[in-house]
Design a protein around this ligand. Structure first.
Ligand code: PLP
Length: 405
């Protein structure tokens, strides 16, 4: 789209040959005529034209360049290109939040009479879209246990248009076989959308596993320092042109260029942060599993995870989250949380700060106790998002707090 650069931008012959860390630092950079080192923040709504003729050509898509920041913006485009290069996607569009990305990826292609098939373990707002919102417009939705491939096979219909899943799931870190689900969906031509937040763009590549669309809440690991909301949709050029581009342009869930800039710069350190958080998470999972106050510890790369083989096949690391259950239910869980001194109580994840959540009373409180039990969410269950603190300090904090559980 853009032609703003007079000084060298980052255009290697084949960016795919570079390691992800290098793509995260340089990918997508568009330098202005000033040759700035750090990517510029183009905090502008619109653009001016040399002439009326040029304005006309820009609107007719006959001349490259920007028109209006609801459609595209140079800073936002750098963020999109950097993410596309990392993900190996042909096209990417950033959105105001993760939920803007999830809803747009779904709704842009749906019409009355279509069917959506999804795993039941989804982010709460994604569940609302499926349970409450889409049925209002005559879209049928079926939810299945995502780990049960037979259930996906039974759930698919000739009119299934979209398939939605997250893996690892929140909060129990179940692993869904993306390749197997994609194969089932391909049989009826349904679009497979993977919400890849828990895996991060570094540890799992859904497009390579057969998915058609990947969405992120970049509010999480991509920002990584708790500042801005953001989201992104990564897909093929064909899906972008056929469904998404016009939907986004006309409905306007655009990210602020400021937020896109913060997240673009966040990408530069994503590799370092995820490596460190993941190394700490693996150590913490082992420590928790050995603690007598802990009933069970769940971590995708631990040998006792029910789907460890699939996790190892599908992901290149176990991720930055650990889920565990303290003995003694809600009372014990609350005593433990309140005794933490370094780890903070919060529903967020992927942050530099380690954050702990009690799903039964927060993210999953609207479900009945039976529904929670079915999802493996008992009253002692806690989800820990491991941050950048020294792992010894985190382990010491967890161990002292567990004496109160
Ligand atoms: C946070 C989150 C979302 C929603 O993202 P927002 O940026 O808060 O809108 C969607 N899916 C998953 C898995 C998430 O963790």
């Amino acid at each position: 789209m853009s032609s703003a650069s007079k000084t060298p931008s980052f255009v290697p012959a084949d960016p795919a040959t570079l390691h992800p860390e290098t793509r995260l630092v340089h990918g997508g950079t568009l330098r202005s005529g000033f040759g700035e080192t750090s990517e510029a923040l183009f905090l502008t709504q619109g653009f001016v034209y040399e002439s009326a003729q040029s304005c006309e050509a820009r609107f007719k898509n006959e001349e490259p360049g920007f028109v209006y920041s609801r459609y595209a913006n140079p800073t936002t485009e750098m963020f999109e290109q950097r993410m596309a290069l990392l993900e190996g996607a042909e096209a990417a569009r950033a959105t105001a939040s993760g939920m803007a990305a999830v809803q747009a990826a779904l709704i842009c292609q749906l019409k009355a009479g279509d069917h959506v098939l999804a795993a039941h373990a989804l982010f709460g707002s994604s569940r609302w879209i499926l349970d409450e919102f889409l049925p209002r417009f005559g879209v049928d939705v079926t939810l299945v246990n995502g780990t049960d491939i037979e259930a996906w096979r039974k759930g698919i219909r000739p009119n299934t248009r979209a398939v939605l899943l997250e893996s690892p799931t929140n909060p129990t870190l179940d692993i869904i076989d993306i390749g197997a689900v994609a194969e089932i969906a391909r049989g009826v031509g349904a679009t497979v959308i993977v919400d890849n937040v828990f895996a991060t763009p570094l540890l799992q590549h859904p497009l390579k596993l057969g998915a058609d669309v990947v969405v992120y809440s970049t509010t999480k690991h991509v920002d990584g320092q708790g500042r801005c909301l953001g989201g992104i949709i990564l897909t093929s050029r064909a899906f972008m042109d056929e469904h998404l581009q016009t939907y986004l342009r006309q409905t306007g869930p655009s990210i602020s260029p400021f937020n896109a800039w913060v997240q673009l710069k966040g990408l530069e350190t994503l590799g370092l942060r995820v490596d460190r958080m993941q190394a700490s998470a693996a150590r913490i999972a082992d420590t928790l599993a050995a603690n007598p106050k802990v009933a069970r510890a769940l971590y995708p790369f631990r040998d006792d995870h029910p789907q460890v083989e699939l996790a190892r096949r599908q992901m290149s690391g176990g991720g930055t989250l650990v889920t565990f259950s303290v003995k003694g239910g809600k009372e014990a869980a609350f005593r433990f949380m309140n005794a933490l001194r370094v780890i903070r109580i919060s529903n967020n994840l992927g942050d530099a700060k380690s954050l702990i959540t009690h799903p039964a009373t927060t993210t999953h409180q609207r479900f009945t106790p039976e529904a929670r039990a079915e999802m493996g969410i008992d009253d002692g269950l806690l989800r820990l998002s491991v941050g950048l603190e020294h792992p010894d300090d985190l382990i010491a904090d967890l161990e002292q707090a567990l004496t109160h559980a």
